[in-house]
Design a protein around this ligand. Structure first.
Ligand code: UGA
Length: 438
């Protein structure tokens, strides 16, 4: 059992705190937002993530997990402190590190004995060194500490599984002492033979960006292929399947769609472009990812206009607003972007999402929110599926068709078979799928 503190009860912080507690550690999770901490004490989760409530409940009841607004209290109790505060992208794409700086200073001011300070949320290369300088400047003389980088690879919707059964754990340190302590915290994962990559802080910091931007590039590549497939009369699903069977390529992250969204891949791509620029390197692939993603959203909008006709005065049904299934996160969601563009062109939009409607209301107040997929279709001149929630995979298509004003479906996730829908009388549009010649 170790005493740990996690500063920041956002996505990474809260999931990590709950999972570390479940490993048997005593964890205090700190956030400056009193409302959030109060809510967590009453088991009110600040976001939706499968399994999280149960994990928080169990570990709170068993007194391994607690919540606080006091960094002082957390620092005095814990030997390792994980920084998991947000690093939003500024207007120029640079990560905003003011939260990290403020927390580093506060930790330093309250330290009385040795502490391991671990940066967990994604931060540009060089942030570990910056944290070390800040802590050095503000801590009492004679108090020693280490700084480490331990990037998190959680995916929204499967975060707990990702934490408990990760593909790898990256441990970036500058001293053996820090490496040993951090490795020991992850010791429960040795039992399931999780590979541990032990390296320097700078390398650990870069690994996270390299992995995320590579994933973004992989999706962007198949999205470009999808557009090419439409131009040449090929089927991107089959192209992706055959590509993925090559083990060097692999089948994951090869699904064509409306473009990448979420709080990570777009932001990390922008940040990588910025810090590579600052290092004097004009990297081409991350820039191309950004251009392709913009183009993909426009491509989807044009596809809807082609399918439905001029949008002014038309009603369009939308299924899915979150950037992907199993989350209520609408940040950088292509669904939100395209819906906004449809509204700006004079369309009326009726929408349903199993989890993200509350979050979407703030960004899209003019949308008419519905109880379910069928209500969305009533009187609509077309139905757009943006997010591949499981419940959209087996819709009662005959009912959908009878409710729509015109049987038009734009399936941005290729969840239905074009031939089957066309046989049912739908005007069906997928992404990168041309009708098979018969
Ligand atoms: C991403 C990474 O996958 C995680 O490994 C990483 O830890 C996390 O960012 C982070 O930095 O914290 P996440 O943002 O939850 O996780 O979302 P992904 O599952 O990666 O999806 C990103 C976007 O790509 C979504 O909009 C999704 O719809 C899209 N996507 C993904 C596709 O369009 N096609 C695919 O084949 C895969």
């Amino acid at each position: 059992m170790r005493r740990l503190a996690v500063i920041g009860a956002g996505y990474v912080g809260l999931v990590s705190a709950a999972c570390f507690a479940d490993f048997g550690n005593e964890v205090v999770c700190v956030d400056s937002d009193e409302g959030k901490i109060e809510g967590l004490r009453r088991l009110k989760m600040p976001f939706y993530e499968p399994g999280l409530l149960d994990l928080v409940r169990r570990n709170t009841v068993e007194s391994r997990l607690s919540f606080s607004t006091s960094v002082d209290e957390a620092v005095s109790r814990a030997e390792a402190i994980f920084i998991a505060v947000g690093t939003p992208a500024s207007k120029t794409g640079e990560a905003d590190l003011s939260g990290v700086r403020a927390v580093a200073k506060e930790i330093a001011l309250h330290m009385r004995t040795y502490k391991l300070i671990v940066q967990k949320s994604t931060v540009p290369v060089g942030t570990g060194a910056m944290v070390r300088r800040i802590v050095q400047r503000h801590c009492r003389r004679g108090v020693s500490f280490d700084v480490a980088s331990n990037p998190e690879f959680l995916r929204e919707g499967s975060a707990i599984e990702n934490f408990m059964r990760p593909d790898r754990v990256v441990i970036g340190t500058w001293t053996k002492k820090a490496e040993n302590l951090l490795s020991e915290i992850y010791a429960p994962l040795y039992l399931i033979e999780t590979p541990m990559v032990k390296t320097t802080v700078e390398t650990a910091e870069l690994i996270k960006y390299a992995a995320n931007v590579f994933l973004a590039a992989k999706v962007s590549f198949i999205n470009e292929m999808a557009r090419l497939c439409e131009a040449l009369g090929a089927d991107v699903q089959v192209v992706a399947k055959a590509m993925g069977l090559d083990r060097r390529i692999g089948s994951k992250f090869l699904h064509a769609g409306p473009g990448i969204g979420g709080s990570c891949l777009p932001k990390d791509t922008a940040a990588l472009v910025r810090f590579a620029d600052a290092a004097g390197l004009k990297l081409l692939i991350p820039r191309a990812v950004q251009d392709i993603n913009r183009a993909q959203r426009e491509f989807v909008l044009k596809k809807i206009e082609k399918a439905v006709g001029a949008l002014k005065g038309k009603t369009v049904g939308v299924l899915g607003l979150s950037f992907k299934p199993e989350t209520d996160d609408v940040r950088e969601s292509p669904a939100v972007y395209v819906t906004k563009a449809m509204l700006a062109r004079g369309a009326k939009v009726r929408a349903f999402d199993p989890a993200a409607m509350q979050a979407a209301r703030v960004l899209l107040p003019r949308v008419e929110y519905c109880k379910n997929a069928y209500e969305v279709c009533e009187g609509a001149s077309g139905l757009v599926i943006f997010t591949e929630w499981n419940e959209f995979r087996r819709l009662d298509l005959a009912r959908i068709k009878s409710l729509l004003r015109r049987p038009v479906m734009i399936d941005c996730r290729n969840i239905y078979e074009p031939d089957e829908l066309r046989a049912m009388g739908f005007k069906y549009y997928g992404i990168g799928r041309t009708p098979r010649a018969v």
